[in-house]
Design a protein around this ligand. Sequence first.
Ligand code: DC
Length: 227
Amino acid sequence: MSFIIIAIDGPSGVGKSTIARKLAAELSCVYVDTGAMFRCLALSWGKQGCPESDLSLKKLGEQTRIYFEASKTFCDEVDVTDEIRSEDISSLASKISLFPSIREVMKKKQRALVKEECEAGNYKGAVLEGRDIGTVVFPSADHKFYIDASPEIRAERRYLQLREQNVNTNFQEILSALLERDHQDKNRSLAPLRAAEDAIIVDTGNMNIDEVMQHLLESVDRTKIYA
Ligand code: DC
């Protein structure tokens, strides 16, 4: 039996999660937030004092159990959905994602998760979002999308979102943090953020979520889902 694999890559704060989650629901696919997986590892890594030896990192990667259930993220049986969204964890996740041994373990974990979920018969395939899904984790994905928007637009969306939540915030600070993460994601030597050659690039600058969804759905070949 074959399953449809949809890769969604793009920079931080571009709305990948919202889009990937909706697309997965629409297509009866499992949604895999690979950024959340790096964040879980970062959480465990921080608790262990951030050891950097290859052996410790490999062990950490292999032994940390990460899974998703009803929109919640679990790390070693603990619900860490909110905890992994802190600024500290964002920064640690960005650091830990640079280690080759961690990237290798994560690639395996992500592939295994998709296989397990799909073979259990609950889904027709998987929608994964991250930075290197179409280029490294699933280079033969059925569909690849690269979602983009200018840093200014992404920072403004984040700023308005935080204001709405009554969080005291500053546009310039958000923009510089975002530019820094873009730089790190795009310039690292291993699995840097870039669009796969065969990815469809979607600039969401002037699009709302419904328009983005419509655009993506028009490009997806559903025959594999109903095969
Ligand atoms: O998407 P996010 O902001 O939750 O990702 C957290 C960190 O993990 C981010 O610094 C980039 C990294 N990451 C990665 O290197 N590869 C992925 N496929 C997903 C995330």
